[in-house]
Structures are given as C-alpha cells and as structure tokens.
Design a protein. Structure first.
Length: 141
C-alpha cells in the first residue's frame, strides 16, 4: 500500500536518488535538499512510499508577487518511478500538494511540463488543469 506524506529530513538519501533520475546529476546537494525540507516555508514537498521505499515525490513553491493580489503556487517537480506509474500515485501526490497549497492561501497553481510529455499532460488534464498559450523561456546566468 502506497502512503503519501510530507518529506522528512531522513528521506533525503532516497529523495536525492529519485531527483537524480528525474532531473539528472548535480541539480542540488544532499545538504541543500535537507536544509530545504527543514526550513523552506515557501515550499511543499510530498513523497510517496511503498513500505520503506520512496517511489515518487512532488514539490511545489508558494509564490507571492507585488503584481498580483493573491498567492499562487507552482508545481516544480512531480515524479513517480516507472514501475509505480499508472496506479494513481502521481494524482494522489498532486492532490495532497493542492490541499496543502490551499491551506497556505494559494488560489491558483501553475505547472510546467515538456510539450511532448503526453502522460504528464493526461494526468494534469484529469486533475482539472488546462493548457495555456504561454511559453516558458529559459536563460542560464
């Protein structure tokens, strides 16, 4: 039975393995990940565990801007191990994240995903997310 829960500092070793599978090497360090879990009040991190093994995670940031009168959230990461996909785990992670963001006062959520990631888009559409005409632009500094 898969359990969805908040990430804990003790999850860092396994969470880092999942993050590397999803984002590649050198995205962060164990220390930075643990610090974020402990102290970043503007981030929500849920994990999915199957017994003692992490099988997925979802991270979201709480965003505030002088240009908007409301808080909004951005789901920055959603990943489930291949062998655990199509079992509703991604949907559960997303639903827990949405509820948590709502408790913080978030009223709108953005999700970025690859244009060719049809499985992710199917999941997001099934959860009520809509395509938008915006385009993400990116620049390394």
């Amino acid at each position: 039975m898969t359990e969805i829960r908040h990430a804990k500092p003790s999850d860092v070793k396994e969470l880092m393995k999942l993050n590397i599978l999803f984002n590649g090497e050198n995205c962060t360090t164990y220390e930075k990940m643990e610090d974020s879990i402990r102290s970043n009040k503007d981030e929500v991190i849920y994990v999915a565990s199957d017994e003692d093994k992490l099988v997925g995670f979802c991270c979201a940031s709480i965003m505030k801007s002088a240009c908007y009168s409301y808080l909004y959230g951005e789901v920055t990461e959603l990943f489930v191990l291949k062998e655990y996909r199509r079992q509703g785990i991604g949907k559960e992670l997303l639903q827990h994240t949405e509820k948590e963001l709502s408790r913080y006062g978030v009223t709108h959520i953005h999700i970025l995903t690859r244009v060719d990631n049809s499985a992710a888009k199917t999941l997001y559409h099934s959860c009520g997310y809509n395509d938008t005409p915006e385009m993400l632009l990116d620049k390394n500094l």
